[in-house]
Design a binder for this molecule. Structure first.
Ligand code: NOJ
Length: 568
């Protein structure tokens, strides 16, 4: 099978917030079709479409009630077939979101399952008796707060849900469940879908003895190591590969919660026949204080050294085994410039700086809608957030457990709340940023008049064109796709610099990730080479790396040294 996904750049669409073609305030598939030429012009070759299947939308479509039909606000199955076709016509590919750790509680399987203990669908989910005192079967927590178990009066048992109680977990131990999943995958792949992003795939295998977590604090419910990497995880993925994936020339990327590099090798080593690549959370967790009852909301300041260390660990570990994803943003991870950088007076430089760090690395880059124009986190009072993760966490941490003050929670949500990634795409400076002719389901970011696609396309120095160049450089230079990675200046608190090497070519990437100037000194072994500037966000045409370089705030550059014999 060809490995086209190694040379690809992916553009992620969160359809409800992308473009609304019919004025109901909710993005749709026809809206995506209308914007395909825009994505193509950026240079991306693959689209990852977040879930568009039928769903009560408790978790914005990550709660699916029918895997074979499209949610009506997004359109129809025919719209989806048309989208696949239009994507292919433009020489691009499309992957969908496979959400099969859980379904919606409104899925027909769960409706059956909850009816009686002897229903044929009972074992599609996990049902357990209460403990003797009536409480939950164990102390596992839901990632969206509270217990991972909900009691169902009808049969007097609890069912398991790692996310909201409207997202019951599927029982992958049951072969019939696995068969259903493979069938629905085949259904879409036979209709042209080019692969899958697999939602919380790291959780599909459960520790079926359901051991309690040991706790040293007063937390009633814990989310921890039992929630991922269960004993049959890789066996299940290998089976899925055998039964479905191996029959298609497809791309697969697993959302691998709880994975470290050793786990990543298991997923992505091609000789194991599992997945092409995974999303790790390790580099996104560098601003979280570990082992706090407040989970991801317990923030610590951004530290470039921690980012370098973590990303380098992944670059190095997977260098000759497996493959990395490269991402800073998605629909769960808000705008990186607002979270770790400067989204005010240095917004443009900063967006280009983070883009350079990422797009110079080895792996498949993922661009999240709006990242390419430097969209920022929004301004919202707490009451305006829509996301159930935020609402539940507020209730649990601030109101019930009182482990966080309202002010600390507000600050954390301003940085990390998922809704910041979900505000409508800013197309122009008109009403609702040109996203909809109606009332948007979530308020548009008030900065839309300054930050929008129209403005970005009109400015030749824009973030959009910088991304376009980064993508173009990846297409033209194999060293960016395949080169070996080596970190430079590991202890420098401001500069993220590294080299890539491939068949005699060398790439040097240096980025000042701070608001202060920084001095860059190339290590002596690089001084013998002759370097040409590939890209610079401060319009430098020449760079003499033999001296020290006085880097401006958020300055980034990429220089290349061609193979010595390439001129002959
Ligand atoms: C990960 C998805 O990215 C997120 O948006 C969702 O809430 C959970 N999985 C549950 O499906």
């Amino acid at each position: 099978m060809s490995q086209w996904w190694k040379e690809a750049v992916v553009y992620q669409i969160y359809p409800r917030s992308f473009y609304d073609s019919n004025g109901d305030g909710f993005g749709d598939l026809q809206g995506v079709i209308q914007k395909l030429d825009y994505i193509k012009s950026l240079g991306a070759d693959v689209i990852w479409l977040c879930p568009v299947f039928d769903s009560p939308q408790d978790d914005n479509g990550y709660d699916i009630s029918d895997y074979r039909s499209i949610y009506e606000k997004f359109g129809t199955n025919d719209d989806m077939f048309q989208l696949i076709d239009e994507v292919h016509k433009r020489g691009m590919k499309i992957i969908m979101d496979l959400v099969v750790n859980h379904t919606s509680d409104e899925h027909a399987w769960f409706a059956e399952s909850r009816k009686s203990k002897d229903n044929p669908y009972r074992d599609y989910y996990f049902w357990k008796d209460p403990k003797a005192d009536g409480s939950e079967p164990n102390n596992w927590g839901s990632i969206f707060s509270g217990s991972a178990w909900t009691f169902d009066e009808r049969t007097g048992q609890y069912y398991l849900h790692y996310f909201s109680k409207k997202q019951p977990d599927l029982n992958w131990e049951n072969e019939a469940v696995r068969r259903e999943v493979y069938d629905l995958m085949t259904f879409w792949m036979d209709r042209g879908v080019d692969g899958w992003r697999m939602d919380v795939i790291g959780s599909i295998s459960k520790y079926v003895d359901f051991p309690d977590y040991e706790t040293d604090d007063s937390r009633p419910y814990v989310v921890g190591r039992y929630h991922s990497n269960g004993p049959r995880l890789h066996e299940f993925i290998q089976e899925m590969n055998r039964e479905v994936l191996s029959r298609y020339n497809c791309m697969t990327v697993g959302e691998a919660n709880g994975s470290d590099v050793e786990e990543a090798k298991k997923y992505t080593d091609p000789s194991r026949h599992e997945l092409n690549m995974i999303f790790t959370f390790e580099h996104m967790d560098i601003d979280t204080k570990q082992h706090s009852p407040n989970g991801k909301w317990q923030m610590k300041p951004f530290d470039p050294i921690a980012l370098k260390k973590t990303m380098t660990r992944w670059q190095t570990a997977l260098m000759n085994v497996g493959w990395n994803t490269l991402y800073f943003e998605n629909h769960d991870q808000p705008r990186v410039i607002s979270r770790w950088g400067n989204d005010r007076e240095l917004r443009k430089q900063c967006a280009k700086a983070f883009a350079t760090v990422l797009h110079g690395m080895k792996g498949t880059p993922f661009i999240y809608q709006g990242e390419e124009i430097g969209m920022t986190n929004s301004k919202m009072p707490l009451e305006m957030y829509d996301d159930l993760e935020i609402k539940n966490a507020y209730r649990e941490l601030v109101i019930e457990n009182k482990t966080m003050t309202k002010e600390d929670f507000r600050k954390a949500v301003a940085k990390k709340g998922r809704d910041h990634a979900r505000t409508p795409m800013q197309w122009d400076d008109g009403k609702h940023a040109g996203f909809t002719a109606g009332e948007p389901w979530l308020a548009v970011n008030p900065r839309y008049q300054e930050i929008n696609v129209k403005e970005s396309l009109a400015d030749e120095d824009s973030i959009f064109y910088y991304y376009q160049k980064l993508i173009g450089l990846r297409k033209q230079n194999k060293v960016i796709v395949y080169g070996d990675y080596r970190l430079l200046l590991g202890d420098d608190p401001q500069i993220f610099a590294y080299t890539r090497e491939y068949q005699g070519e060398k790439l040097l990437v240096a980025v000042n990730l701070s608001e202060e100037k920084a001095l860059f000194h190339a290590p002596p072994e690089l001084l013998e080479d002759k370097w040409d500037v590939l890209l610079s966000n401060y319009a430098r045409e020449r760079l003499d790396i033999s001296g020290s370089i006085d880097m401006e705030p958020y300055e980034a550059f990429m220089v290349i040294s061609r193979a010595k014999d390439s001129t002959s």
